[in-house]
Design a protein around this ligand. Sequence first.
Ligand code: B12
Length: 220
Amino acid sequence: MPDYALMKRCLYDGKAADVERLTREALAEGRPAGEVLAEGLIAGMRVVGEDFKHNVLYVPEVLIAARAMKAGMAVLKPLLGAQGAGVKPAGVLLMGTVKGDVHDIGKNLVCMMAEGAGFEVHDLGVDQSIEQFLAATERYRPDVIGMSAMLTTTMPYMKVVIDGYRERGFGHVKIAIGGAPTSRTYAAEIGADGYAPDASGAVDLFLRLVGDGPVGTAAA
Ligand code: B12
């Protein structure tokens, strides 16, 4: 059994090389990539989040921990992709964290899992304005837009994007939202087509939206 407690400790301490090594070792022991992600990396980041909330950790430490998490995620990425590859036909997904918000760990996980489920994913990155979402929509013609926000101060921008899409004739594109402060209720309130609380829920949601949608390219 991998030492997930040690992995969490190393992530907390920002030891990227150790997190990467422990991730590789857990995989070498035959543990599934999804388990290593959940029990090691996400669980470790949860502790970081709690201590950040209670002012035990500050922004620099959280950034260093986030870098360690990314080192582990880089090892898992091809596997999370491979596990779903070819299993289900999917559509084109455009993902971005909204304007004013630089949190990208959750968004990146969603992108990885969606790629794994066979989506063609275009990741815009963080701090994305309505203009950037629209320009990328014209370029990539996505079936689904996925917006992420981690701050109560940036989540209202999701409505700005949704209203912008409806006003500019992109009303047919399905819009999904996610991120810690958002919810199903909030999605309904701002006119989004769906919400999911985590990366695997996000993939189910995208598949459903693509399957149901008028521009869907595949039946889920
Ligand atoms: C890491 C982190 C940072 C890092 C970000 C590094 C990075 N590259 O992402 C840094 C240090 C930069 C940072 C900065 C700040 N942060 Co911060 N941060 C966090 C922390 C600790 C973890 C977030 C995280 O990565 N979680 C792990 C991932 C896996 O979870 P997730 O993001 O929720 O994503 C999952 C789901 O939400 C969902 N999902 C996500 N996106 C989407 C999209 C779609 C379409 C779908 C369907 C699903 C979906 O699936 C994901 C995977 O399962 C959280 C605390 C916490 N517990 O969440 C605070 C937190 C989000 N930060 C917070 C704050 C206040 C800030 C700052 C304002 C601090 C400051 N004073 O400067 C700045 C703001 C910077 C900015 N303008 O964005 C607050 C937000 C409070 C609020 N309610 O508004 C939190 C909650 C901490 C707290 N409790 O106070 N932060």
